[in-house]
Design a protein around this ligand. Structure first.
Ligand SMILES: Cc1cc2nc3c(=O)[nH]c(=O)nc-3n(C[C@H](O)[C@H](O)[C@H](O)COP(=O)(O)OP(=O)(O)OC[C@H]3O[C@@H](n4cnc5c(N)ncnc54)[C@H](O)[C@@H]3O)c2cc1C
Length: 340
């Protein structure tokens, strides 16, 4: 008998499971895949995500990733950067982060059913007997549909592609390169590895095409011969649902709506949601989770929307980069709002 049955063992499901265990609940996580589970991601954890991970018992240190000290934008022929006010971010391979989360969940006493895809609410006795069901099954969530929670308040979807390159990082910042209708961001993830993610509204655009047409200087640093993983795609974007909890079912992570990848906030947000959800389940108050979820999503979504102003055309991008490079304190302030 379990109090909580979590469907999906990605970062959000594992964080929810750890947080629920800390509230004294018995928790089981079912995932169709086996660890370590990979997924297209920019692989950057900001200092606040790192802090939240630590609170959940997950330590990601320089030995498992690559620390960076701030964010740098390149665009319209200019460069602006700012360092985090406190602490450092870390680039960490998704599989490494997943392993660390699974280990922390095991230590917390979470049980697992790997290679166990769920196909409905009715066909698993452990799920049927659980007090709560948590849908953490990612952006194409089936749980969302089964629970009747797929009514969308707003959705602005984009396409993302990610690949690793075995090159020595040239930067101790997470870098975002603003192009015309697309962005590439580079996160150092190891002493000889960087993660490169392309995001755009164009489902046909691939990393090599964007590098060739818009970022030739970056392409020189990232030769095809240095590719260390295959290119993988995902859908991203700012997606907001009307509600994220109904009856005894609650959604978390990308299943509960998402923040555009450009903000690098998805994992951090899911850690915050996990703590809020566990508290609400312990208090028998999923309506409270509906309210807290909306509040938690607000800042990251506004940040993503503010950043995407630079994607509204060359003129706006050029003006914004001009202002930010002339007044670097504005960029520093924005980063302070981004990373709490
Ligand atoms: C290109 C890109 C770059 C990004 N960069 C960053 C970044 O730098 N920093 C950051 O914080 N965030 C970033 N994000 C966002 C971040 O990756 C997501 O927010 C995060 O992965 C969401 O985790 P999740 O656990 O909700 O979903 P997922 O990681 O998708 O996990 C869902 C899990 O559910 C399982 N599952 C699905 N269906 C079923 C089923 N029927 N039964 C059982 N199991 C099932 C899957 O196997 C999977 O393990 C990025 C996203 C993209 C697309």
């Amino acid at each position: 008998m379990f109090d909580v049955f979590v469907i999906g063992g990605g970062p959000a499901g594992l964080a929810a499971a750890i947080a629920a265990r800390r509230e004294g609940m018995r928790v089981v996580v079912a995932d169709g895949d086996r660890p370590p589970i990979d997924k297209p991601c920019g692989e950057g954890l900001m200092p606040d995500s790192r802090q939240l991970a630590r609170q959940l018992g997950v330590e990601v240190s320089q030995s498992t990733g690559y620390e960076f000290r701030g964010i740098r934008f390149h665009g319209a022929g200019r460069t602006v950067e700012a360092d985090f006010r406190e602490g450092r971010g870390i680039g960490v391979r998704r599989t490494t982060l997943h392993r660390a989360l699974v280990q922390a969940a095991e230590r917390a006493g979470v049980e697992f059913r790997w290679s166990t895809p769920m196909s409905g609410f009715g066909n698993n006795s452990e799920m049927k007997n659980a007090r709560w069901i948590v849908g953490a099954d990612g952006s194409s969530s089936l749980v969302r549909r089964w629970a009747g929670l797929d009514a969308v308040r707003s959705a602005a979807r984009r396409y993302a592609f990610r690949q690793h390159f075995a090159v020595t990082p040239w930067t101790d910042h997470m870098e975002i390169y603003w192009g015309e209708g697309c962005q590439i961001y580079v996160t150092p993830v190891g002493a000889r590895e960087v993660c490169v993610a392309l995001v755009s509204k164009n489902s046909e655009l691939r990393l090599d095409g964007a590098l060739r047409s818009q970022f030739p200087f970056l392409r020189e640093r990232l030769p095809a011969s240095a590719a260390a993983s295959r290119e993988r795609g995902a859908v991203t974007g700012n997606v907001s649902l009307r509600a994220v909890a109904r009856g005894n079912v609650a959604l978390i992570g990308d299943a509960s709506g998402s923040v555009d990848a450009i903000a690098g906030e998805g994992i951090c947000l899911s850690f915050r949601q996990a703590v809020a959800l566990a508290r609400c389940m312990a208090n028998n108050d999923l309506q409270g989770y509906n309210r807290q979820h909306a509040r938690l999503a607000l800042r990251p979504r506004l940040i993503a929307e503010a950043m995407l102003q630079l994607d509204r055309g060359q003129l706006i991008q050029s003006c914004a980069m001009g202002v930010l490079s002339a007044q670097p304190w504005i960029f520093r302030k924005l980063l302070e709002v981004h990373v709490l």
